[in-house]
Design a protein around this ligand. Structure first.
Ligand SMILES: [Zn+2]
Length: 95
């Protein structure tokens, strides 16, 4: 009887640690993976960030941060989404 109670205590403590770990990971990824205006690079086909914070009404020039391609993109080619994982890895390496 006493042994069963002890095992139960260990089990619930392990769950608490796992919950806290998952929570802190989500907090860490939150700010870097937020939605922004992105375009799909015409050269490397990756979703890269643009410098605009509001939806533009004319074409904009975007320099791909992954392959360096400079292109003009129409507003219809812009979308609110998440940048490619590679962009996140690259910006983490630079800082
Ligand atoms: Zn590119």
């Amino acid at each position: 009887m006493a042994r069963r109670v002890e095992l139960g205590g260990i089990h619930s403590r392990a769950l608490d640690v796992r919950f806290l770990f998952a929570y802190s990971v989500r907090m860490f990824e939150g700010p870097t993976n937020r939605k922004m205006f992105v375009v799909t690079c015409k050269r490397c086909r990756r979703d890269v960030p643009t410098s605009v914070s509001e939806f533009p009404f004319q074409s904009i020039t975007v320099t791909c941060c992954l392959c360096g391609e400079v292109r003009r993109y129409l507003p219809s080619e812009l979308f609110l989404g998440r940048v490619d994982q590679l962009v996140l890895h690259q910006s983490r390496r630079q800082h």
